[in-house]
Write a protein that binds this ligand. Sequence first.
Ligand code: HEM
Length: 357
Amino acid sequence: PDRVPFHGHHQAGVVTPQQLFAGFAGFDVLAEDRDGLVELFRKITHRTRVLTAGVKPRDEQVAAERPTPDSLSITVGVGASLFDDRFGLSGHKPRHLKAMPAFPDDRLEPSRCHGDLSLQICAEHPDAIVHVLRDLARETEGLLRPRWRADAFLNPSRPSGARRNFLGFKDGIVNPDTASSREMNRLMWVTPSCGEPDWALGGCYQVLRLIRFHVEKWDRVPLGRQERIFGRHKASGAPLDGRRETDAPHYRDDPHGRRIALNSHIRLANPRTDRTDDSRFLRRSYNYNDGFDKQGRMNLGLVFCGYQQDPERQFATVQRRLEHEPLAHFITPIGGGYFFVLPGVRDSDDWFGSRLL
Ligand code: HEM
């Protein structure tokens, strides 16, 4: 379907099947008081409602052609910095929201991190994303200042199944079951048992990590070693003890890591024990590819995007297990942020943040 529904208890773009293109951006809010913030959120709501439905002619001022909905979703998150004294919101911050900390293997660049507000804009064509960014720039002038942006996309699935990232491995094979409301209420959405403020019900947390790949180095690593680093076959995507990409690895039968190394990426990330089960979260990542750097090295990697109920219990716990993993030699996290994805806009009278503000 061409149109992703906008209204709902949860925002679109989280459990929505991944569109081919994505723009991620962090902004600072220039509005000076609560009224300005309300105006900003009302404007973003209005434009999101209109744009995701397909622009009507009277709204069309600049675009030469009327874009179709193009499976467009616009997902709005807020950063910890929005809850400072400016807007009197300090008592209303989601419990687990804080600025993304630097982990030991990180080399974070301040100009690519954080923000009062985050947008994830996804569509089937890149021009739809540019169109949204231009529309919002015009409509929110004076209220928002861009901070960072990452344009990203999915590679085709070859030969079939999960798509490959730029290290050449199938990525996104294993994820929580978004069709299971039980699993989603346990791992994803803020529910009454989470101890969060009431206004946050139906929201979730977004962890963004801009992760650069050192492909020049990676491309010198023999295939067998690359496969041991991930714990999966490169060609098929199957775990090293299996045949098909959807086969589950059997860690219990391999306690010493003879077939799938104990320090392989998949085994560290998800050891599949009862104790680690509630650190799982939804990955919805995209690739980026941005020319050469000043030293002539390829500037590309992953916009890692994780959705979850609690970034400490989930993302940070998994990240700590991955600390100094063999893969860490070939990747460097350079940016990103922690954001709280606002609850959905329920109907045509509702707006983003209505229960917060
Ligand atoms: C699995 C790549 C960073 C968490 C995988 C897989 C690949 C991969 C190829 C196997 C296929 C799959 O199940 O999707 C990468 C690359 C990364 C990266 C290239 C860095 C640039 C991270 C980070 C985290 C993470 C930062 C979390 C902190 C996971 C998880 C799985 C996984 C949870 C699924 C493991 C399982 O359930 O078997 N990753 N990943 N990855 N990765 Fe990563």
